[in-house]
Design a protein around this ligand. Structure first.
Ligand code: GSH
Length: 243
């Protein structure tokens, strides 16, 4: 029953799956890949190059939402998917909202600043990987940075568009949490987990597992400070549900 999570430690979609595995108490190990060198391995076992990919006894599942559905089927205790059809559909809708409207914008907006700080970001990329990872990434960083900026459109006007889209999505979620503890029903679900994990790089919880700096470089930190009030529910989920 070997379970391996193929991942980047820095990836918030991978954190989403780490949290789901930890929440359910599933025994697993991680295989940390270096960005760029992951491409061949992932394409050999799954349709796309992206992580997270869950490997379970030689069977591979790609995509954080598909992995959570798979885990809830294989390990039904502490289900993250609500039981009633109505609540299940609602939870999946919120999860898709976060996957599409939070995840990519957090990534683009944060990397826009972080990629100008290789001393900060290279240890994140190399964490838990091969011993030569940091030296390798330092050597290829100019090229890697260029490829990442191109591949994820980390340039204007896309960066500003992502900041605005993120502010709107955070607002939408804040309204949904008004007067309630959870997004769906009376229980923590994959909807709350998706929102909290995908927003987590903005408030840097220790349970994420990275050696975060005390604050993000500017202008990122000033923008994050302006969102602090809206990020409170997600900090609370990390305290109460992340363990
Ligand atoms: N919808 C996917 C998104 C995963 C994703 O975007 N992963 C990024 C890291 S945050 C990745 O692997 N990028 C490299 C690649 O696609 O080759 C999920 O939920 O798993």
């Amino acid at each position: 029953m070997a379970i391996v999570l193929h991942q980047f430690p820095i990836s918030h979609y991978c954190e989403k799956v780490r949290w789901a595995l930890d929440y359910k108490g599933v025994d697993y190990r991680v295989k940390n890949h270096l960005p760029g060198l992951h491409l061949k391995k992932m394409k050999a076992v799954a349709p796309f190059s992206s992580v997270p990919v869950l490997e379970h006894d030689g069977h591979y599942v790609q995509d954080s939402a598909a992995i959570i559905s798979y885990l809830d089927t294989q390990f039904p205790a502490r289900s993250l998917t609500p039981q009633s059809q109505e609540e299940r559909e609602e939870a999946l809708r919120w999860e898709t909202f976060c996957d599409d409207n939070i995840g990519p914008h957090v990534r683009r907006y944060c990397y826009h600043t972080l990629l100008d700080h290789p001393n900060l970001v290279i240890p994140f990329f190399a964490k838990g990987g091969p011993f030569w990872g940091k030296a390798f990434l330092r050597a290829i960083f100019p090229k890697l940075q260029g490829l990442m900026r191109k591949g994820m459109q980390i340039r204007e006007p896309h960066v500003s568009d992502s900041r605005v889209a993120l502010e709107q999505s955070i607002q939408t979620l804040s309204q949904a949490y008004q007067g309630r503890t959870y997004l769906v029903g009376e229980q923590f679900s994959r909807a709350d987990l998706a929102a909290a994990s995908l927003l987590a790089p903005l408030f840097m919880p220790s349970a994420y597992g990275l050696d975060w700096p005390s604050s993000m470089p500017e202008p990122l930190q000033t923008w994050v400070n302006g969102q602090a009030e809206h990020l409170a529910p997600y900090r609370r989920f990390y305290q109460e549900e992340r363990g």
